[in-house]
Design a protein around this ligand. Structure first.
Ligand code: ATP
Length: 627
C-alpha cells in the first residue's frame, strides 16, 4: 500500500518536491470558476487545470487538489486548520499594503469580502520592484506553516509570512490567498466537484486521451471508487499516489483501511417502530444491539503496540481517555499485532457497576486529561471489528466479524464489554429488549443485518442495513436532528443581554449550502444561554454568508460563522413558506415544528449536520404525508 512519504503534502511524495506551478495559474482558474454557476463548466475548468498540472509533473496534483478544496491535509491530522480571524487578516492587509487599518475595516464593511479588500489594496499599491512570482508549492507550504504555528510569537510569525506572500501577489492572487487563509474560498467549488474533476483528470491520464470526451459513466465509476477509498483512508495524498501508481481500478486493493488512519464510521437510518424493522428486513437475518449513549470510539492498535482512539469525526482523542489500555482487553498481544475496533465510550459508575447518562460523560475534560483527575471513568462497549493483523474485515459478514471480535478480545467489566445483543424476529421479544435497553440507560436499539453482503461494514454509509430505534423518538419523526446555528435573536426580559433564540439550518451536501430549518428558543437553561452567548458572540459576522439559504422574513438579529451544532427534537416537520430546508426538491422548504434543544453536538463537524436529504426523508416518512 502507498504511504505518504512526508507529513506535508506541500512538499509531497519526494519529501522535497515543491510544486513549481505558478500560483497565478491556479488563481486564474478560480477566477473563471467564480464567474460561472454551471456545475459542468466548473468540472471542465477544474479537470482541465488538473490535467495540465499533471502533465508538467504528476506530483503537482496533491497541493493543487488541496488548495482547490481549501484544505491543507487530512482532517485527522492536527495543525491542518486555517480559518484565520478577520482581525489578524485586516491588520496584515493594512500593514502589507500600506493602507490604514480604519480604511481596511471600512472597505470590509462595505464589501463583506476580505479577499476583495486585499485585492483592491494591492492593485493601487505602488511597487518599487517586481517580486518573484508565487508558486503553488510555496503558497501551500506557507499555509501549512501558518496553520501549525503555535506559541508566544506565533501571531507575529504568521503575519510576517502572510505579508511576504501578499507583497508578491500579482493580479487576482491576493483575493484568493486571503480567502484561503480565512478558509472560505467561496467560488462555488464544492469538494464533491473537485473529486469529480480529479477523477476525470486521472482517467484522462490513464486513457491517454487528452482532449477527447471521456464518458460521464466512466467518470462516475472512477469518482465512486475514489470516494469509497476516501471513506477507508481519508487522505488525498495516499489516494492520489495510489491512483498514479496502480490506477483507479486498483484503488480498493492498494488503498485499504489501516491502523493509524481513522476510517469514516458506518451510520444508521432511523426507524419509528418495531414493525418497520420487520418490514425492512423481510425475513432476512438481523440482530439487535443496545444503542449506547456515549461517544463513538474507533480504537486502533498500531504495529508498535501503541493505541489510538478516534472520535466519530476522526479526531485523535486518545489523551482524553488515559484510563483505557488496549493491552487489558486484547487476548494475546503476541498474536494480535494490529486491530481496529468500533465501540461506544460510555460513562461508567464503578461502585454501582452500571452505565451513567451521556450528560455525565460530557462533564469530563476534553484536553490534557491526567489519569489522577479521572473521576468518571468510561467503559468501551465494542460492537464491531474492522481490521485484524492488517487483514481488512469490513467485507466479512457481521456474524463472522463478531466471532473474530470475541476471539481476539476479552471483556473486562467496566472497562471493555461487548454490546448487549439479541437475535430474534419475535415482536414481543424485540419490544422487551427495547424496554430493557432503556432500563439499562441506553437510547434504544441498533438493528443490523447479520448475514450476506448487506451485513458488510460500509464506511460512512447510512443505509437500511443498520437501523436505529430510539425509544424517546418513537413519537414524532423517529430521531433527533443535528442542525447548525446560523444566527440568533436577542433575548428579551430575563434573557436580555444574551441570545434568546437561534436560527438553525441543515446542510445540503450537493450545494455545500446551509438551508434554514427553524427558529429555536426552547430547552435552554439560563446558564446554557450565557455559555452559548460567550461561545457564539465571537463568531458574529457582518451579514449572512453566501452559502446561507434563508428567507428575509426569518432574518435573525445577528449572523454567525457556522461552528456549532445543536441536537434538536421536533414534534413534526411541515412545509413552510419561511424556511428553506430541502427547498431544492420541494418548491417550499421544510421546517421543524415546536423544536426543542437537547444538547450540543461537539463531536460532529458542521458539514456533518443533518443533511437536506435526511430532512426530506424525515418529512416524507411521516404517516400523514405517506397517506
Ligand atoms: P447520525 O445523526 O449521523 O445518525 P449520530 O452520531 O447522531 O449519528 P445516532 O443517530 O445517535 O448517532 O446513532 C448512531 C450512533 O450510535 C453511532 O455513531 C454510535 O456512536 C452509537 N452507537 C451506540 N451503540 C451502538 C451500537 N451497538 N452499534 C452501532 N452504533 C452504536
Amino acid at each position: 500500500s502507498v504511504e505518504p512519504k512526508s507529513k506535508s503534502a506541500g512538499a509531497s511524495s519526494t519529501g522535497t518536491f515543491i510544486s513549481p506551478v505558478p500560483y497565478n495559474d491556479l488563481c486564474q482558474m478560480f477566477e473563471e470558476v467564480e464567474k460561472t454557476s454551471s456545475r459542468l463548466t466548473i468540472i471542465k475548468l477544474c479537470s482541465e487545470f488538473l490535467i495540465s498540472v499533471m502533465k508538467q509533473d504528476s506530483r503537482n496534483l496533491i497541493p493543487v487538489t488541496y488548495l482547490c478544496i481549501n484544505k491543507l491535509g487530512p482532517d485527522y491530522m492536527p495543525g491542518m486548520e486555517l480559518g484565520l480571524g478577520e482581525g489578524l487578516l485586516m491588520k496584515t492587509i493594512s500593514e502589507a499594503c500600506g493602507k490604514s487599518l480604519a480604511q481596511v475595516k471600512l472597505d470590509f464593511k462595505e464589501t463583506g469580502d476580505l479577499g476583495q479588500v486585499a485585492l483592491s489594496a494591492r492593485t493601487v499599491q505602488p511597487t518599487m520592484f517586481k517580486p518573484k512570482p508565487l508558486t503553488v508549492g510555496e503558497v501551500f507550504q506557507n499555509l501549512q506553516t501558518i496553520a501549525s504555528a503555535q506559541g508566544k510569537d506565533s501571531q507575529t510569525r504568521k503575519m510576517r509570512l502572510i505579508k511576504r506572500m501578499l507583497t508578491a501577489c500579482q493580479g487576482v492572487e491576493a483575493k484568493f490567498l486571503i480567502r484561503s487563509l480565512e478558509a472560505k474560498l467561496r467560488i462555488g467549488l464544492a469538494e464533491k466537484t473537485v473529486l469529480i474533476s480529479l477523477s476525470k483528470a486521472l482517467l484522462v491520464r490513464e486513457h491517454q486521451r487528452v482532449g477527447e470526451n471521456i464518458d460521464m459513466d466512466l467518470v462516475e465509476t472512477a469518482e465512486q471508487r475514489i470516494r469509497d477509498a476516501f471513506c477507508q483512508v481519508p487522505n488525498y495524498e495516499i489516494i492520489i499516489n495510489a491512483c498514479l501508481e496502480y490506477g483507479i481500478s486498483e484503488l480498493d486493493t492498494h488503498c485499504a483501511l489501516r491502523p493509524g488512519i481513522p476510517l469514516k464510521p458506518m451510520l444508521a437510518k432511523p426507524t419509528k417502530a418495531i414493525t418497520e424493522i420487520l418490514d425492512a428486513f423481510q425475513g432476512q437475518h438481523f440482530t439487535c444491539e443496545y444503542k449506547y449513549d456515549g461517544e463513538r470510539a474507533q480504537v486502533h492498535l498500531l504495529p508498535d503496540g501503541s493505541m489510538r482512539i478516534y472520535s466519530r469525526n476522526g479526531e485523535n482523542m486518545t489523551e482524553r481517555y488515559p484510563e483505557i489500555n488496549i493491552h487489558d482487553f486484547v487476548r494475546d498481544t503476541t498474536t494480535t499485532k494490529t486491530l481496529i475496533l468500533d465501540c461506544e465510550a460510555v460513562a461508567w459508575d464503578k461502585e454501582q457497576g452500571k452505565i451513567l447518562p451521556f450528560q455525565v460523560l460530557s462533564t469530563r475534560k476534553r484536553k490534557d486529561v491526567d489519569i489522577s483527575e479521572v473521576k468518571v471513568r468510561v467503559c468501551l462497549f465494542a460492537f464491531d471489528i474492522l481490521c485484524h493483523n492488517g487483514e481488512r474485515l469490513i467485507n466479512e459478514t457481521l456474524r463472522e466479524r463478531r466471532e473474530i471480535l470475541h476471539k481476539v478480545t476479552q471483556p473486562v467489566t467496566g472497562e471493555f464489554q461487548y454490546a448487549t445483543q439479541l437475535t430474534t424476529n419475535n415482536t414481543d421479544e424485540l419490544q422487551k429488549f427495547l424496554d430493557q435497553s432503556v432500563h439499562d440507560s441506553c437510547e434504544g436499539l441498533m438493528v443490523k443485518m447479520l448475514d450476506g453482503p448487506e451485513s458488510h461494514y460500509e464506511p460512512s454509509k447510512r443505509s437500511r442495513n443498520w437501523l436505529k430505534l430510539k425509544k424517546d423518538y418513537l413519537e414524532g419523526v423517529g430521531d433527533s436532528l443535528d442542525l447548525c446555528v446560523l444566527g440568533a435573536f436577542f433575548g428579551k426580559g430575563k434573557r436580555t443581554g444574551k441570545y434568546g433564540g437561534f436560527l438553525l439550518g441543515c446542510y445540503n451536501q450537493d450545494t455545500a449550502e446551509f438551508e434554514t430549518a427553524c427558529k429555536i428558543g426552547t430547552g435552554f437553561s439560563d446558564e446554557l444561554l450565557q455559555q452559548l452567548y460567550d461561545r457564539l458572540s465571537p463568531t458574529v459576522i457582518d451579514g449572512p454568508k453566501a452559502t446561507y439559504v434563508y428567507d428575509p422574513s426569518a432574518e435573525p438579529d445577528v449572523w454567525f460563522e457556522p461552528t456549532v451544532l445543536f441536537e434538536v427534537l421536533t414534534a413534526d416537520l411541515s412545509l413552510s413558506p419561511v424556511y428553506k430546508a430541502g427547498s431544492g426538491t420541494y418548491d417550499r422548504g421544510i421546517s421543524l415544528r415546536f423544536p426543542r434543544f437537547i444538547r450540543l453536538r461537539d463531536d460532529k463537524g458542521v458539514e456533518d449536520a443533518t443533511s437536506s436529504e435526511q430532512v426530506i426523508e424525515f418529512y416524507e416518512s411521516q404517516s400523514h404525508i405517506q397517506n
